[in-house]
Design a protein around this ligand. Structure first.
Ligand code: UDP
Length: 334
């Protein structure tokens, strides 16, 4: 039986492919390599380069991969500020891509999908920590595009019997412990890799977006999970569906919140670098605080995150950064 991973050359996808291979699964990866990296894909996985919108391409893959036990779907754009500027890019790629994929799954009789949803589907939370049953009212097009995906898959489950697990990620960070794969975005927009670029001397300083939020120190509070722990949750979710359980949605977070300033301090400790920073205006679309209630994933999926210390998480990202100063170096950049 084969697991098909869409977006398996991306940051979270490549770590999940790696964990699947380590656990003995047969894996096929689909990625258009727009944001992903061929070198990030474990060489034991079969690789198909192509786009999720391309129905003929998906048919070709699913005609070759005839024994698919489930699909894990990461192939989406995920940058909040970009989605504010270009919402149609997000609805087209994320939501539209999901429709093409589900049609292909329906027609090839593939009945299980695990997919990346997000805490951004909740918007500005009514209560902290956020529970899976809380209202989903996104404050940005990225979150809305993912919420649409959750709704479309729900109706596809009822109509075609495609079972799903929606995993609502909070903030993901870190890298495989041996530093062989990690996070490499162009351009980089996420807090921890940007802080590490400053630590490495590639940027002059960090801009802290917003210092007047109603939080402990005025900066946004987020809940960080290690990427390998996140990857493992996908495998547990697949096994959960294989065991005959019904479709479901789970938060993936640590249940602990760190402010942007606390992350900066933890990164100073993890790297031993000074890391200059300055206050900057708020970034559009950012909710003030996002902390997960993650007991459901622990209880129902048996998820046991191995990393519970944010400094340790940052250390793994720093290990990747210092061993790969230019990332995968496959974009032809100096
Ligand atoms: N952030 C920041 N400076 C940066 C990048 C991010 O202050 O250069 C803040 C951002 O406004 C948010 C937090 O860091 O409060 C996490 O942002 P990120 O883009 O990493 O993840 P998101 O929470 O949007 O998924």
């Amino acid at each position: 039986m084969t697991v098909v991973v869409l977006g398996g050359a991306g940051y979270i996808g490549s770590h999940t492919v790696d964990r699947l291979i380590e656990k003995g699964y047969d894996v096929a990866v689909i990625d258009n390599l727009i944001t992903g990296h061929r070198a990030a894909v474990n060489p034991k996985a079969r690789f198909y380069q192509g786009d999720i919108h391309d129905r003929a391409f998906l048919d070709e893959v699913f005609n070759k991969e005839t024994n698919v036990e489930g699909v894990i779907h990461f192939a989406a754009f995920s940058i909040v500020p970009e989605s504010m500027k270009d919402p149609l890019k997000y609805f087209d790629n994320n939501t539209g891509g999901m429709i093409t994929l589900l049609k292909a799954m329906r027609d090839h009789n593939i009945k299980r999908i695990i997919f990346s949803s997000t805490a951004a589907t909740y918007g500005e939370p009514k209560q902290i920590p956020i529970k899976e049953t809380d209202p989903q009212i996104p404050t940005n097009p990225y979150g809305e595009s993912k919420l649409c995906m959750e709704k479309i898959i729900h109706w596809s489950d009822l109509a075609y019997g495609i079972k799903f697990v929606a995993l609502r990620y909070f903030n993901v960070a870190g890298a495989k412990a041996d530093g062989s794969i990690g996070e490499d975005h162009h351009p980089e927009t996420h807090l921890i890799p940007i802080i590490l670029q400053v630590a490495a001397g590639e940027r002059t300083g960090l801009k802290i977006f917003g210092t007047d939020y109603p939080t402990k120190d005025g900066t946004n509070v987020r809940d960080y999970v290690h990427v390998v722990d996140l990857a493992d949750a996908h495998i547990l979710a697949l096994e959960y569906l294989k065991a005959g359980n019904d479709s479901n949605a789970f938060n993936l977070g640590s249940s602990t919140g760190f402010s942007n300033k606390e992350i900066l301090e933890a990164a100073r400790k993890a790297t031993g670098k000074e890391i200059p920073a300055e206050d900057a205006p708020r970034r559009a679309g950012d909710p003030s605080t996002l902390i997960a209630a993650s007991d459901k994933a622990r209880k129902v999926l048996g998820w046991k995150p191995q990393y519970d210390d944010v400094e340790e998480i940052i250390k793994t990202a720093w290990n990747w950064k210092t061993s790969h100063p230019k990332g995968y170096n496959d974009r032809g950049e100096a």
